[in-house]
Design a binder for this molecule. Sequence first.
Ligand code: NAG
Ligand code: NAG
Ligand code: NAG
Ligand code: NAG
Length: 453
Amino acid sequence: MLFSLPTTLHTLLISLLWSPFTQRPEVTDNVEPSLITFQLRHQHATTNTSSIVFADVPPLSNFANDATFVVDTKRSRIPRPPSHAEFIAARRMQAESHMSAALDWRDTDVEIPDVSKRSTLISMAKMTFNAYYADNSSDWYNVDEDGWDKHFPHGWLPTDDGMRGHVFVSTDNSTVIIVIKGTSAFWPVGDGGPTTAKDKLNDNLLFSCCCARVGPTWSTVCGCYDGGYRCKDQCVQDALATEEGLFYPIGLNLYNNVSYMYPHANIWVTGHSLGGSLSALIGITFGLPVVAFESPAEKMAARRLHLPPPPSTHHITHIYHTADPIPMGVCTGVASACSLGGFALESRCHLGQVIRYDTVGKLGWSVNAQNHPIKVVIDKVLSMDLDWQDQEDKDKSLFEISSWPWGGGGKKEDDEEEGKKPEGFLEVPQAKLAGEVEGVDGICTDCFNWEFV
Ligand SMILES: *[C@@H]1O[C@H](CO)[C@@H](O)[C@H](O)[C@H]1NC(C)=O
Ligand SMILES: *[C@@H]1O[C@H](CO)[C@@H](O)[C@H](O)[C@H]1NC(C)=O
Ligand SMILES: *[C@@H]1O[C@H](CO)[C@@H](O)[C@H](O)[C@H]1NC(C)=O
Ligand SMILES: *[C@@H]1O[C@H](CO)[C@@H](O)[C@H](O)[C@H]1NC(C)=O
């Protein structure tokens, strides 16, 4: 594939805005770990006019599976824009000039989920699983009391189409988790759900190289295809800026609505699949801790949406396994399950840090979209009591020990603490910067076989 130099340079420059070279290492204060208990309090949904509505979940209702979860936390400093208005201004400037706008990010000390703990990941994954269940509640309300007609339509009905999910709140109201439901498509839990059309539009606009142009028979989601493997980049960016049914702007309203309901709370966002990718985009925007499961890679979408890159992104954690083709960006090609379902999920580079379970290497799984549902991940990946340390890291530490002149004796003191798993045992794979896991020399490139003009 031939590239014209200016295009290549342009792409390189833009991708450097989001490169790990601009990242600072995580600074974590060493304080006692603590536990937070969360309860399911609300459902959130979108009306067919894109208004956000909520319905309260009564305590002790047996709606969905479980309604109470415990999460391990630790403190961390995460970058927040000085205000949302300044973020929007910087975003606009970036869209117009293609230059990274100087934004005075503030490091904020907050409690975040401790993603090195298996129990934390299981709790949060179960919350995302719950979000696929919809109650048929009729008591929906909006937070603005701005004349939204509570009687018609009755908020979110199973036949409506749009973004929805759950809101969990800690028993003391200090921490809130917004859960965003993923795609209800060919990997459904339950009956598949109603939101397929808008889910598909969002997936195809955000995660395809060029408007879901997969083959000549595909109906594309925007008109930016320019023949061959050429795509009009500005055109894709414009489509993202104007598309009505896009979930990102709804997600911004959702965060604003929840922070209006809980003005003093520390808010986290989580989701599975599309829900996780949206969580990450919202988390980057407001500086929130995010845990995303099996999500299509959203770095290209962040660039196309002109989100100003924060100085560090360790507050965004992606969790996925190697036998799931969707986060790996390999559910592509006309015969793939994704294409058969009408999805073009071609992106491969995530933001933030990645916890990657090597189910192909360690468990001998083969890559299949049937490994994508969160239920499979909870039951067969997160619940496994295995040592998930990378072979590569294991070899490295063995090499380091054996190259000591005293043959590794120096490690003894650490080893003899009581009740400890063997040296290097990891109940959760080591979190690493996305570029380190997914890229070459720390830089990951999306859609490298396309030319963007
Ligand atoms: C929204 O739904 C109501 C009732 O289901 C319908 O009458 C109305 O036309 C819909 N509005 C839009 C903009 O689709
Ligand atoms: C809540 O969300 C709606 C969109 O549904 C938005 O118009 C409104 O400004 C938000 N309100 C607050 C207080 O954030
Ligand atoms: C919800 O669904 C159940 C069972 O399908 C039904 O018995 C109940 O009346 C419904 N409630 C509302 C508010 O529609
Ligand atoms: C938490 O908020 C709910 C509803 O907003 C309120 O009813 C409850 O009393 C609050 N609990 C605490 C411990 O503040």
